[in-house]
Design a protein around this ligand. Structure first.
Ligand code: HEC
Length: 187
C-alpha cells in the first residue's frame, strides 16, 4: 500500500513543480532588445524652442558689427538665419555670400537686418506683418516683397527670432523664441 502512495505523491509533486517553473518570470526567454540598449528610434521633436535648451546652441552667427563676437543661435534662430540668407540677404545686408548686395540700389534703402536702432523700435507684430504682407500693405515701399505665401508662419517667426538675436544694439525685450541665451554685443 505504501509504495503506490509515495509514487503518486512524488508524481503530483513534480508535476506541480514543473508547472510552477514553466510559469515563472525567469524561464520566459525573450529574444528582444532590452530597454536600455537604445535600439528604439525616438521621434525628433521640432518647434518648441525650450526643448532645445538642454542640447546647447545650434549654431553661431558672427556679430555683424564685430566678427570677433560670436552670437550663439538656438534652433529657431538658426532656421531664421538660413531663411534670411536664402531670401533677404540681397536687400538687408551690405554683402552676400555670393558678392555685393542690391541694398544700395533700393529706395528707401532698407535697414540692415541687425540695425537695432530701427528694428528694436518695431513691435514683433509689426515685423511679422511687414514680412508676411510686404511693404505696400503696411503703407511702406512695395520694394519689400510679401512672404506670406512663400514662407510658413513658423518660418516668419524664425526670421523674427533671428532678427532679434542679431540686433545691435541688443534687443531689450524678451527674445521671441525664449532662447534664454544672453547676447553680448561689445563693439
Ligand atoms: C527686394 C528687396 C528686399 C527683399 C528681398 C527683402 N526686403 Fe525687407 N525691405 C525692403 C525695403 C525696400 C524695405 C523698406 C520699406 C520701407 O521702409 O518703405 C524693407 C523693410 C523691411 C523691414 C522693416 C524694417 C526696415 O528695414 O525698414 C523688415 C523687418 C524687413 N524688410 C524684413 C525682411 C525679411 C525678413 C526679408 C526676407 C524674408 C526681406 N525683408 C526681404 C526690401 C527687401
Amino acid at each position: 500500500m505504501k509504495i503506490p502512495v509515495i509514487y503518486v505523491s512524488v508524481l503530483i509533486g513534480s508535476l506541480v513543480l514543473s508547472f510552477a517553473v514553466k510559469n515563472s518570470k525567469a524561464s520566459q526567454a525573450c529574444w528582444c532588445w532590452s530597454q536600455g540598449q537604445g535600439m528604439v528610434a525616438k521621434p525628433i521633436v521640432h518647434r518648441v524652442s525650450k526643448e532645445y535648451l538642454s542640447y546647447g546652441s545650434y549654431g553661431m552667427e558672427p556679430d555683424w558689427s564685430n566678427s570677433q563676437n560670436l552670437l550663439p543661435l538656438n534652433y529657431e534662430q538658426e532656421q531664421g538665419k538660413r531663411i534670411f540668407y536664402q531670401q533677404c540677404v540681397w536687400c538687408h545686408a551690405d554683402s552676400t555670400p555670393s558678392g555685393p548686395s542690391n541694398r544700395s540700389n533700393l529706395t528707401p534703402i532698407p535697414h540692415l537686418m541687425n540695425d537695432g536702432e530701427a528694428l528694436n523700435k518695431m513691435k514683433d507684430i509689426e515685423i511679422i506683418r511687414i514680412i508676411a504682407e510686404g511693404g505696400r500693405r503696411v503703407g511702406r515701399s512695395a520694394m519689400m516683397p510679401p512672404y506670406g505665401e512663400t514662407l510658413s508662419m513658423d518660418e516668419i517667426y524664425d526670421l523674427l527670432a533671428y532678427i532679434r538675436v542679431i540686433a545691435n544694439p541688443a534687443y531689450p525685450g524678451n527674445a521671441v523664441s525664449g532662447s534664454g541665451l544672453s547676447v553680448n554685443h561689445s563693439k
